[in-house]
Write a protein that binds this ligand. Structure first.
Ligand SMILES: Nc1nc2c(c(=O)[nH]1)N[C@H]1C(S)=C(S)[C@@H](COP(=O)(O)OP(=O)(O)OC[C@H]3O[C@@H](n4cnc5c(=O)[nH]c(N)nc54)[C@H](O)[C@@H]3O)O[C@H]1N2
Ligand SMILES: Nc1nc2c(c(=O)[nH]1)N[C@H]1C(S)=C(S)[C@@H](COP(=O)(O)OP(=O)(O)OC[C@H]3O[C@@H](n4cnc5c(=O)[nH]c(N)nc54)[C@H](O)[C@@H]3O)O[C@H]1N2
Ligand code: SF4
Ligand SMILES: [Mo]
Length: 737
């Protein structure tokens, strides 16, 4: 059998999605892991760990040489998440580790415009403490803040959050999870009483109606799409997305909704369901609050009004409602098309309400299911100590503060009694001069934050900026006074939590370059240098911190006191929360709310609703188009710091920044295919290349988020409840050049 046919067999997914895989592609430097093909180079041992890109959390078998160093990887066949499959990023996960632009030593700039110079760790730590303490002394403890991530281990997130808030007296810290999952968090908390995505991936295989809302699963979570493909019930697959995405194309039904009209659509659907008595009255009576008010509220969303506002024909609204009614196991799934909007929390709750009123929750194949983005966004939701006190507790609740202080054996006064500012409020704090120093860990806001020009200006305004990253040349690192070199996934131990609440391990299978250190160890060193290490005497290894964290979850909905150690996670293929002490053998596919009991004190779910709001960046004659942004390909990860370092992945996406534009619009504005155009919003203007396609509706255009330029255009509006940015829709015009 030729090398190519062996690999093609192993890569059914790649073959399906990306056309022919050539020998040349495979043999290219960093191609699909030649070391992993049996017979090419035999490993001395193999170990399983979780992928470090997306929140699907696939298991990867990493093949090791006799020094326990990775020589290649293959998707784990026995792992409950991915059963032998991986997307291109997973296959290529080792390549970005050996890139030449890795940060391998601390770098310091004596002045903003000076060349960065390498310094020893001791000097870097001293500078870190001197400068931040100096700022705090002059401007108060609240004048420094941090921005973290959903891409480091839970143990590291917890350490960062505890070190900053309990040790360094920092009040304000948030993370990139705000850009991503804040809406789902807020919606779940208000509706269910806790941030609790209720599902298992198994539900994808057990539904007979699967409704994907603002989710391009084939591109963003390809292995979850494969789970749908394995569904034996010939499910109806509905995609609600303004664009005819890869996922919409593969679905059985596509509803090309007008951007940001979701709230009206789901109220309109609820109205049809209620009017026809297509609801589960017993479930509502026994388990939900506020149904009367909700029913009254949606009455005004008649099919005609709903159709006008959403662009979906009245007849199709009825068909969709009927499909939901007739489905035995209906599951609703949503991602960024919902979370990133100016009324996103109520939209997510409108989806939750549809599941609740039709009784599609707590049973196999059902649920109101938010799919998570980053590998450990779920860990950041529970343990980053930013929006919640560690373990899903509440900073403003004195009992919770007492419980955590006692468990950690620290004075309770060390725990802030108020919530932190959100990401956008921290940025606003820089503008107003309240925030003078910023520490950024594992995120790249100079590329990914909304209305980029302003953010870059404000990064330049800071008295002191520290960036802690695995690469020294990210868009954000360019503004840093001090760069701390971090070890990456594959170079450290710890745990992640995936989208279905599965806690699993990652392992050190590769040596970090030069003096780069695991974020965990950087936090330990900083605690020492700052002089607060005595608070963290037990925080001496990731596994010890994991044990501390499990204890903190006692009696919480996310109770994992039954997980003994890393070995237990390793042996079981990960464990989903909850897993309280005394839990039986891990049943590997569990969903929540089996007994209809929610986490509010009365155990009932709330049907939450409000009036749709006006678009904060409306289109007009000057800016007639709606710009949608999102994921461009399976081979690109966010700001591309990692994926751009894989030549194989580079070959799987266009090299130019392409603007998707409908042929009718192109004709009207005299714009040609494959040619440069200027796209201008109220925030900025950039030049891009056209890609004319009927996958986008007239009046709309699409840009992938992976190019730094895209966020020069986005409009800085936020959902008022979750404070998540409204990345998915702004007003633009297009001009031929
Ligand atoms: N390859 C790859 N995979 C990734 C990532 C990556 O960068 N690259 N990132 C990961 C992360 S952190 C995240 S959060 C997820 C994101 O995963 P997704 O949310 O699936 O990805 P997006 O492309 O951002 O947005 C999904 C869809 O929302 C649609 N949309 C836009 N506006 C609206 C609207 O008003 N209503 C509706 N119903 N839909 C709308 C867009 O057209 C788009 O197709 O992907 C994860 N997976
Ligand atoms: N226009 C538009 N903008 C968007 C979106 C959109 O749909 N449209 N989506 C938003 C979403 S959902 C998200 S999640 C954000 C993502 O935005 P970012 O978080 O800015 O994107 P990443 O490229 O993932 O940045 C992660 C950084 O961490 C570094 N890193 C990786 N591993 C480690 C580690 O172990 N330790 C340390 N210290 N550093 C590490 C990487 O090199 C990289 O610089 O973008 C948001 N921005
Ligand atoms: S789907 Fe996500 S977790 Fe799975 S291999 Fe791809 S990037 Fe990794
Ligand atoms: Mo995200």
């Amino acid at each position: 059998m030729s090398l190519l046919s062996t690999i093609s067999k192993k890569l059914p997914l790649l073959r399906d999605h990306y056309g022919p895989i050539t020998e040349e592609l495979i043999r290219s430097p960093g191609g699909f892991g030649l070391g992993q093909i049996p017979g090419h180079r035999l490993p001395d041992a193999t170990t399983t760990m979780t992928c470090g890109f997306c929140a699907t959390g696939c298991g990867l078998n990493v093949h090791l040489d006799k020094n326990a160093h990775a020589i290649g990887l293959t998707p784990a066949t026995q792992y409950p998440v991915n059963s032998g499959m991986a997307c291109p990023k997973g296959w290529e996960a080792l390549t970005p580790l050996s890139a030449s632009n890795r940060a391998s030593q601390p770098l310091w700039k004596p002045t903003r415009n000076a060349e960065a110079q390498s310094v020893e760790w001791n000097t870097a730590l001293q500078t870190f403490c001197d400068r931040f303490k100096d700022i705090q002394q002059k401007h108060g403890p609240e004048s420094i803040a941090f921005l973290g991530t959903g891409q480091i281990c839970s143990e590291e997130l917890a350490f960062l959050g505890a070190l900053t808030k309990f040790g360094m007296g920092i009040r304000h810290g948030d993370g990139n999870t705000r850009q991503c999952m804040a809406t789902a968090v807020t919606a779940y908390k208000e509706s269910f009483g806790f941030d609790a995505p209720p599902y298992s991936y198994q539900d994808f295989e057990e539904s007979d109606v699967i409704i994907l809302i603002g989710s391009n699963l084939c591109i963003a979570h390809p292995i979850l799409w494969q789970r749908i493909v394995r569904n034996p019930h010939s499910p109806e697959i509905v995609v609600i997305d303004p664009r005819k995405t890869e996922t919409a194309d593969a679905a059985t039904q596509h509803f090309a909704i007008d951007p940001k009209s979701d709230l009206v659509l789901y109220y309109g659907l609820a109205n049809i369901l209620i009017q026809n008595q297509w609801i589960d009255s017993d479930f509502i009576r026994n388990h939900c609050n506020d149904f009367k008010g909700f029913a009254q509220h949606v009455e005004s969303f008649t099919p005609e009004i709903t159709s006008q506002r959403s662009g979906i024909a009245v007849e199709r609204l009825h068909q969709l409602a009927q499909l939901i009614h007739e489905g035995k196991r209906v599951s609703f799934w949503w991602t960024m098309g919902v979370n990133q909007g100016y009324e996103s929390t109520r939209t997510a709750q409108a989806i939750i309400n549809l599941a609740l009123i039709t009784g599609n929750i707590g049973r196999p194949g059902t649920g109101a299911n938010s799919i998570t983005g980053q590998c450990n966004a779920m860990g950041s939701r529970l343990f980053s100590n930013t929006t919640n006190l560690l373990g899903g507790h509440d900073f403003t609740n004195p009992e919770h503060r007492d419980k955590i202080a006692e468990q950690l054996d620290i004075p309770v006064e060390r725990i802030p009694s108020q919530n932190s500012w959100s990401y956008d409020q921290i940025i606003q704090g820089i503008e107003s001069g309240k925030i003078r120093g910023l520490w950024i860990i594992g995120t790249n806001p100079a590329h990914s934050w909304i209305k980029q020009k302003r953010l870059k200006r404000l990064l330049g305004k800071l008295d002191f900026l520290v960036v802690q990253d695995m690469y020294h040349d990210t868009e954000t690192a360019r503004y840093a006074d001090l760069i701390l070199p971090a070890a990456a996934w594959g170079e450290k131990d710890g745990t992640f939590i995936n989208s279905e609440r599965r806690i699993s391990v990652i392992k050190k299978i590769s040596q970090a370059p030069g003096q780069a250190l695991a974020d965990f160890h950087i936090f330990r060193l900083i605690a020492e240098a700052w002089g607060c290490a005595d608070l963290f005497t037990d925080w001496n290894s990731p596994e010890n911190v994991f044990k501390i964290l499990t204890r903190l979850t006692k009696d919480q909905p996310c109770d994992i006191t039954g997980i003994k150690d890393y070995r237990m996670l390793d042996e079981t293929g990960g464990i989903q929360w909850p897993f309280p002490k005394g839990s039986g053998p891990t049943n590997n596919q569990r969903h929540l709310f089996k007994d209809g009991s929610f986490y509010h004190t009365d155990k009932r779910a709330r049907l939450i609703f409000s009036d749709p709001q006006a678009d904060p960046d409306p289109s007009d004659e000057k800016f007639p188009f709606r710009l949608i942004t999102g994921r461009g390909s399976s081979a690109q990860w966010h700001t591309q710091t990692r994926t751009r370092n894989s030549p194989a992945l580079q070959k799987l996406h266009p090299s130019e920044l392409l603007l998707e534009l409908h042929p009718d619009d192109a004709a009207q504005f005299g714009i040609h295919a494959n040619s440069p155009v200027r796209i201008t919003s109220r925030q900025g203007s950039i030049t891009v290349i056209t890609f004319i396609t009927t996958n986008i509706q007239p009046g709309q255009v699409f840009l992938p988020m992976h190019d730094e330029r895209t966020n020069q255009l986005t409009h800085p509006s936020f959902d008022p409840h979750s404070r998540q940015p409204n990345y998915k829709s702004c007003a633009v015009r297009i001009e031929a050049i």
